[in-house]
Design a protein around this ligand. Structure first.
Ligand code: UGA
Length: 454
């Protein structure tokens, strides 16, 4: 909405939420307090907030006044009931549709922005249409439902929104589709705006994420083979990606994909396939998630094994807790799983991240940090100085590719660490030569050639 407000000065946008605290943060004078860290966002907010972008908890008024409403609520994987572990929980989408049904006036275009299972638009449509039967106010209400999935990636959200590969608008109401297209045409060339039917639009979103995640699992699977054979994953990835038919993006091996979308969307796809009895197709996509789980576990196992079979009472420094660089989002981050494994194995884990706070880590791990006077020899604590975090550590594990970790002073690290000291680089950001030269043992993901030197 910030980008729409910025690009379309004539459109008034209001972001509403039932969470008052969040809205207060979005309204805070100090832009450092915005609840989401995203490069470029602060700058845009400072230009449009309270001009044509408003944050409010007055949901009724915003709905009454709106010509278009984007439903942008979360759709997490269901944790219980039918489809638990696979299907998306649509309770927030449904309650949003009901709130729109309660307050809307005149003609309202309702747009699914949240990633949702195929045919969710039907549910929204039904709720909206049938609401008129019990509606007591102005009876000349009407609705159009569109699907307009979002393809931005966190960390590059503003860039992706300003210059998207495509904008997808799905629906069966041409007038409404044209109206939404006009909004985007304020800054996006018309040929990049695709109009499709509702179900194609919904399925394209799930498919795009499934394809992207599949590439990561593919390259991670090859990384493990590199380690066994002496090949180098960066060389293999470059050689493979230079084939124009394959392309070079999303071929970077790592500790496993995280974020709020890939796993959830694939599981959703798997659920839909099973629902339609397409079990082979479901198995095919599920394997992408299974390989990702394996990748995370493979790394924690490897760390424990390399540290002579045990991490009990050993100090391990985790560099990076967000699921990728340039975001403070920790949802489904590989770090989360790897830290949990290490804690279960009795390690003392020191965590550093340039943008993730201690409170966020505590919430994500569901465990309190170790207190200073706590003399138990396991648990985690937060450290905001990289070198302090490394002090007395047996091992450093680089889990997020933050720039801060690219040029560390390895000699300083060596002097601070307990010996024998180890670096496990799951993002291949450190220079193996420099690490080793400083006297630290080195393991790099997919770097068979380097790993064999130990
Ligand atoms: C992803 C998609 O890239 C977006 O197109 C989509 O709109 C979004 O999900 C969504 O559905 O909301 P996002 O999860 O923000 O975006 O981040 P990505 O850049 O896709 O990264 C996801 C994970 O894959 C990260 O953990 C990242 O480190 C990992 N990754 C990515 C790799 O391990 N290797 C790569 O080559 C690329």
């Amino acid at each position: 909405m910030a980008v729409i407000a910025y690009k379309c000065p004539k459109i008034n946008t209001t972001v509403v939420d039932i969470n008052k605290e969040k809205i207060n943060l979005w309204n805070s004078k100090d832009l450092n307090l915005l609840p989401v860290y995203e490069p470029g966002l602060r700058n845009i907010i400072s230009k449009v907030r309270n001009i044509n972008l408003f944050f409010s908890t007055n949901i009724k008024e915003a709905i009454e006044e709106a010509d278009m409403i984007f439903i942008s609520v979360n759709t997490p994987t269901k944790s219980k009931g039918f489809g638990a572990g696979y299907a998306s929980d649509l309770k927030w989408v449904e309650s949003s549709a009901r709130t729109v049904a309660e307050h809307a006036k005149g003609h309202t275009i309702v747009i699914e922005k949240s990633t949702i299972p195929v045919r969710t638009a039907e549910l929204i449509q039904k709720i909206l249409e049938e609401s008129n039967f019990s509606y007591s106010g102005d009876n000349k209400r009407s609705f159009a439902v569109l699907s307009n999935p979002e393809f931005l990636a966190e960390g590059s959200a503003i860039r992706d929104l300003e210059n998207p590969d495509r904008v997808l608008i799905g629906g069966n109401d041409n007038k409404a589709m044209k109206k939404l297209s006009k909004v985007y045409e304020n800054w996006i060339p018309k040929e990049k705006i695709l109009l499709t039917n509702l179900w194609s639009s919904e399925l394209s979103k799930l498919s795009a994420n499934a394809f992207l995640a599949q590439r990561i699992s593919s390259i991670n699977s090859i990384a493990s083979l590199c380690e066994k054979t002496g090949a180098n994953i960066m060389e293999v990835s470059r050689a493979v990606g230079l084939d124009k038919r394959i392309g070079e993006d999303f071929l970077k091996s790592g500790p496993g994909f995280g974020g709020s979308c890939f796993q959830k969307d694939i599981l959703n796809l798997v659920y839909i396939c099973r629902f339609y009895n397409l079990n082979e197709v479901a198995d095919y996509w599920e394997e992408v998630v299974k390989l990702n789980n394996w990748q995370r576990r493979r790394i924690s196992t490897l760390v424990v094994q390399t540290l002579y079979g045990t991490v009990t009472a050993k100090k391990v420094s985790i560099l990076g807790f967000s699921f990728k660089a340039n975001t403070n989002d920790t949802r489904e981050s590989a770090s989360l799983y790897i830290v949990r494994d290490l804690l279960e194995n009795g390690a003392i884990v020191s965590i550093h991240d340039p943008k993730v706070s201690m409170d966020q880590i505590q919430m994500a791990l569901g465990a309190e940090p170790k207190q200073q006077n706590d003399d138990t020899d396991y648990g985690w604590f937060y450290e905001d100085d990289i070198y302090e975090s490394v002090r007395y550590s047996d091992a450093i594990i680089i889990l997020t590719e933050w720039d801060e970790y690219r040029n560390l002073d390895w000699i300083k690290c060596f002097n601070l660490m307990r010996k024998p000291s180890w670096v496990f680089d799951t993002r291949d950001v450190a220079n193996p030569f420099e690490v080793r030269n400083a006297g630290i043992n080195y393991w790099g993901l997919g770097q068979g050639n380097e790993n064999f030197k130990n």
